[in-house]
Design a protein around this ligand. Structure first.
Ligand code: 2P0
Length: 338
């Protein structure tokens, strides 16, 4: 038991949940309030089938501290504290927990591991504690762990809302279209598996405090969101792709205008951007997006996958190419110990 909890855990305070990472087509960058992790802008994302986190949680009265194992390694310090603080958001009188999480993709390298990670943790922990949360409540909870995690609660396309309430009551994601709505692909060119040097939270805060472009970024977001909703509704691939690339470069231009500048790209990132632009000039519809890391994600239709893959294979420094489809919503895998 946690000290002074005054409660006892139920026998089966155990759960396993699975969540998939999502990649923003219209990007989130910046917070309007840090304590509750309220975003300064809304965002629209696509959940991906191939990037998956599985999290097992066991609230255990015999533990004297929280424990966290990520990809087979024991985690301590700030990342463990982040998990503990998050579990306290769910129930501050909870027992200590043992959390085991596995990603099937590189962690903290701009592949949205915090999105799938906190969505899986929110679902497993709330289910283990027998809190039957609505998807909206689950999204709000996941947001407190990581802004992008609010979107991974849903499959397919989701939109994170940016509210104006100081308590964050209106800051949650909503589903737009599920994973079966549009047969679309996102390729991921992995150019580095190193942990990124500047985390998203720090990068966003630095940008908000120092970039002369920050207000313009916040103010122009709602029209991008509106256009993207319409493009998705119409299944207008060229429009959705063009908007995706626009939002990506707008976000990175903003980040580069921070002081000191945030530059997440490496040589292979830039070369991959160039090669996709060439491909497009030659008639293949494909569009890039990049997050807070050097990996390049390419949005295309199924018929263009081979061309995109072949083009990427000519880029020095690309270590691996993943082909992803729209992925499912976060789900409980088990509520029983094996
Ligand atoms: C996004 N990113 O919309 C943007 C685009 C990265 C670039 O959300 O501080 O880990 O935990 O809320 O969600 C990554 O930031 O940030 C992110 P926090 P998060 O996907």
């Amino acid at each position: 038991m946690k000290p002074n909890s005054g409660q006892s855990t139920t026998k089966d305070a155990f759960a396993v949940a699975v969540a998939h990472a999502n990649i923003a087509l219209i990007k989130y960058w910046g917070k309007r309030q840090e304590e509750l992790n309220l975003p300064a802008v809304g965002s629209i994302s696509l959940t991906l089938d191939s990037l998956r986190t599985e999290t097992t949680i066991h609230f255990d009265n015999t533990l004297r501290t929280d424990q966290f194992e990520l990809n087979g390694k024991t985690v301590s310090g700030a990342p463990l504290q982040r998990v503990s603080n998050f579990l306290d958001c769910i129930d501050s009188a909870r027992p200590y927990a043992s959390v085991t999480s596995t990603n099937n993709f590189p962690t903290a390298a701009g592949l949205a591991s915090s999105a799938s990670g906190f969505a899986a943790l929110a679902l497993s922990a709330s289910a283990a504690l027998r809190q039957n949360l609505s998807r909206q409540a689950l999204s709000k909870l996941a947001r407190q762990g990581s802004g992008s995690a609010a979107r991974s609660v849903y499959g397919g396309f989701a939109e994170m809302k940016c509210g104006d309430n100081q308590k964050g009551d209106d800051d949650f994601a909503v589903p737009l279209f599920d994973e079966d709505y549009w047969d679309i692909r996102m390729l991921i060119a992995i150019t580095s598996t190193e942990k990124k040097s500047v985390g998203s939270t720090q990068g966003m805060n630095n940008t908000a405090q120092t970039s002369p472009y920050y207000d313009a970024w916040v103010q122009s977001q709602s029209s991008d969101l509106k256009e993207m909703r319409a493009a998705l509704k119409a299944k207008d691939f060229e429009k959705a792709g063009e908007l995706t690339e626009y939002s990506c470069f707008k976000m990175h231009g903003l980040a580069m205008s921070a002081r000191p500048a945030l530059l997440y790209w490496n040589d292979a990132t830039v070369e991959a951007i160039r090669i996709i632009r060439d491909l497009r000039q030659n008639g293949t519809a494909a569009y890039v997006t990049i997050d807070a890391g050097p990996q390049v994600k390419i949005l295309c239709l199924p018929g263009a996958v081979d061309d995109v893959k072949q083009a990427l294979e000519t880029v020095d420094g690309i270590k691996k190419i993943l082909v992803c489809r729209p992925g499912p919503a976060a789900a409980i895998k088990s509520l029983e110990k094996a």
